[in-house]
Every structure is written in C-alpha cells, then in structure tokens.
Design a binder for this molecule. Structure first.
Ligand code: ZN
Length: 173
C-alpha cells in the first residue's frame, strides 16, 4: 500500500477584511480546531499567509509559533492584492519579498510556495516567483472537486461549510 501525503492549503490566514468587503473572516478557534483535525489525519496544513495582517491576530501568531513544525508555510501576498494586474515586475517582487521577510521574521521559517490571491496569475507573477525561488500552488478549491480523488486542495478554515467539506475529503479513500 502506498501512502500519499495529502496537502490542505488553508487560504487567507490572518486576513481580516479584504476581499470580503468588510466581513471579518479570520477565526482563530476554527483555525485551531481545523489544525488539530488535519494533524490527526496526517495531512499537511499549508497556511497561505497575508503578511501585512499578521499583527492583527496575535493569538493565531503565537499558536503558529508554538507549533511551527506542524505547519507548511506559503506566502499569499503582502495584502490580498490582484498581483496578476500589476504591470511592473519590480512592484510584484518588492511586495512579495516584503511578505516573505515578514513571515521569516515572525516565524523563523522561509516560505517556499506562493499562493496567488483568487488563484490568478500573470507571466510577470510567474517570473517573479521563479526569481524568488517560490513554487506556485494552484490546487483546486475543495468545493469544486466533487467526488474525485484529489490529494491537494484548498479551502478556508474560517468557513464552517468548507471545513465540513474538508472533513468528508479527509475520510475519502
Ligand atoms: Zn485569498
């Protein structure tokens, strides 16, 4: 029997408002309980971090710091920007470099993966990621996979409906 490592990419960690136009989205309690759920199923919990928002959620930051080895770090942007519309590589590179540095400073870990906001990319964003040594995570949304066998999905841990879909995915053989 071969064991496949499942990866669950958790988007918008630390994000407070954008892109939901004012609805607060980050929920530490759901984040923490989802983390326990994923650990219990030996699934990699990949957190897609909005770096500028880290200071807004100190409890989440402290929890991640205390459990660094149980997370896989990805950068989701300095803000939840539409990087695919940015016209100059230097702008994208400065923003992503700043985000990577903030994650390194806070958690002592270098993210090696970029999660594009809204899963949208451009040739410039792809080139900047190559320059920075960042792989790109384009895993499908948990709500779009139906009953397919997929080992790598993305979801939002603050959304109870999506955590429910995640539970079903975890039990799928
Ligand atoms: Zn996002």
């Amino acid at each position: 029997m071969t064991m496949v490592t499942k990866i669950a990419r958790d988007d918008d960690v630390f994000l407070t408002e954008s892109p939901t136009y004012g609805t607060p989205i980050h929920n530490f309690d759901t984040f923490r309980s989802t983390h326990t759920l994923l650990c219990n199923h030996d699934v990699v919990h990949r957190i897609a971090i909005i770096a500028s928002e880290i200071p807004h959620h100190p409890a989440t930051a402290d929890f991640i710091k205390a459990n660094v080895q149980h997370f896989d770090f990805a950068v989701h942007g300095w803000t939840h920007a539409e990087y695919q519309k940015w016209r100059r590589p230097a702008w994208v590179q400065n923003s992503l470099s700043r985000a990577v540095a903030a994650i390194e400073d806070t958690f002592g870990v270098s993210p090696k993966v970029f999660v594009p906001p809204w899963n949208k990319l451009s040739p410039i964003v792809r080139q900047v990621c190559a320059n920075l040594g960042l792989a790109i995570d384009e895993s499908p949304f948990i709500g779009d996979i139906g009953n397919q066998r997929v080992d790598h999905v993305h979801f939002h841990s603050w959304n109870k409906k999506q955590v429910g879909m995640l539970r079903e995915w975890l039990l799928r053989k």
